[in-house]
Write a protein that binds this ligand. Structure first.
Ligand SMILES: NC(=O)c1ccc[n+]([C@@H]2O[C@H](COP(=O)([O-])OP(=O)(O)OC[C@H]3O[C@@H](n4cnc5c(N)ncnc54)[C@H](OP(=O)(O)O)[C@@H]3O)[C@@H](O)[C@H]2O)c1
Length: 382
């Protein structure tokens, strides 16, 4: 029997029960999360959303956000269900939109299809939605429940949520280093500290990012092309950003040259619609972003190798914590072996789910409390 994890998006399941994989305890919302994950690199700058529609007879129809300009997840699932949508329950990771963007509002499609109940993971903090989707559905007689698997959905949509709340992209700082924390040899060479599996994983991170950023020092030494080559469906190559000047003839051209403090750079990238930026070093840039406290996730690939001295290039070039009281403290989000290397993902202690779960679930009446979400600059759906 197929499980929730091995069904391709859109396959119609003749399973009569709404629980998709009773053996593993998987639920329609868990399946919707899986569907969203499958389109993670294909929807930018729109959010990656998954949807599962369970008909009155228990048939299951699935949808995920199509590339920009295409239908949203709910509309895909409803289209597949046809008449079976009447009286159904629709599970969607993100609140359905209620506004006309490039595509018509999903709320209209849900009401027109006769869906009885909508179960939403989280509210959409985008000022154009922000509770209006839920409100409109209720006004038009559709039962709505908000908050199912809200924590998981918030984690999955963290870059989108941060962008809509703050106007800035989600920042991942990625470095490949020896086990003694050095990212290049004293002569500047760094290829390759880590192995093939780590490099493949880093390419996946690029494919998920809307921009990749390095310092001019790295361009001068490594001459990277900074393209995403992991084989994922990528709507567009990430924007290549270089802090400082790009030398003539560099492989990274065309690239956006930027200057200034990390906060300003992030404001600028956010205004360009960048939801996630992957900062790939080198050591001065890593230091500046870390020092400014703007990094949401540190992804470190550590190789079983030691430079064994203090002359190799450190992860962070510049003054660090002057004493133990001011050391940066974080927590490991994940630790996993990757080929012969170790992949560590860290975040600051106390880093919250980016858009406070309360605001994303709504008050007891399930309406948004997200006052700050409303004050964000208007974002056009693209
Ligand atoms: N293992 C890894 O993961 C990894 C990743 C990347 C790089 N590396 C290694 O790291 C080394 C390069 O590191 P690095 O510290 O020398 O260079 P870097 O951090 O890549 O670049 C520093 C340079 O970027 C420019 N810059 C930085 N911030 C700026 C800002 N806010 N505004 C304007 N310009 C800005 C400045 O260029 P100007 O001097 O032109 O003003 C500065 O000298 C290389 O050896 C490379 O192989 C390793």
């Amino acid at each position: 029997m197929m499980t929730g994890s091995d069904v391709a998006p859109g396959r119609v399941r003749r399973d009569r029960r709404p629980r998709l994989d009773p053996a593993s305890g998987s639920s329609p919302m868990a399946r919707a999360l899986q569907l969203a994950a499958q389109v993670r690199t294909a929807t930018a700058p729109n959010p990656w959303v998954g949807c599962v529609l369970v008909s009155r007879s228990g048939e299951v129809f699935e949808g995920a956000t199509e590339p920009p300009g295409g239908p949203h997840a709910e509309v895909v699932a409803i289209g597949r269900a046809g008449e079976e949508a009447r009286g159904s329950v629709l599970y969607t990771t993100l609140e359905p939109c209620a506004h006309q963007g490039r595509t018509p509002p999903c709320t209209g499609a849900i009401v027109a299809a006769g869906v009885s109940k909508v179960v939403v993971g989280i509210l959409d903090p985008d000022p154009q939605v922000c509770g209006r989707g839920v409100e409109e559905l209720r006004d038009r007689g559709v039962e709505v429940e908000v908050g199912e698997m809200a924590e998981e959905v918030s984690a999955q949509l963290a870059p989108y949520l941060k962008h809509r709340r703050t106007g800035r992209p989600w920042v991942i700082l990625k470095l490949g280093a020896s086990a003694d924390g050095r990212i290049a040899a004293p002569d500047g060479s760094s290829r390759w500290i880590t192995g093939e599996a780590a490099r493949r994983d880093a390419h996946r991170l690029r494919a998920e990012s809307d921009a990749v950023l390095v310092g001019a020092g790295t361009v001068r030494v490594d001459d990277p092309s900074l393209t995403a080559r992991d084989g994922s469906q990528v709507v567009a190559e990430p924007l290549r950003v270089v802090l400082g000047s790009v030398p003539r003839g560099a492989k990274v051209r065309p690239a956006l040259e930027m200057r200034g403090d990390p906060g300003g750079v992030l404001d600028d990238l956010g205004a360009r619609g960048v939801l996630q930026v992957l900062v790939e070093g080198g050591s001065q840039v890593a230091h500046r972003f870390h020092e400014a406290g703007v990094v949401d996730r540190y992804v470190l690939y550590l190789a079983p190798a030691l430079f064994g001295g203090d002359d190799a290039v450190p992860m962070f070039r510049g003054a660090g914590a002057p004493d133990m009281a001011r050391i940066w403290r974080g927590r490991f989000v994940s630790m996993e072996p990757l080929g012969s290397d170790l992949r560590l993902e860290l975040e600051a202690v106390g880093a919250e789910v980016p858009a406070g779960l309360d605001a994303l679930i709504g008050s007891s009446s399930n309406m948004p409390a997200g006052e700050d979400a409303r004050t964000q600059p208007d974002q056009e759906e693209v």
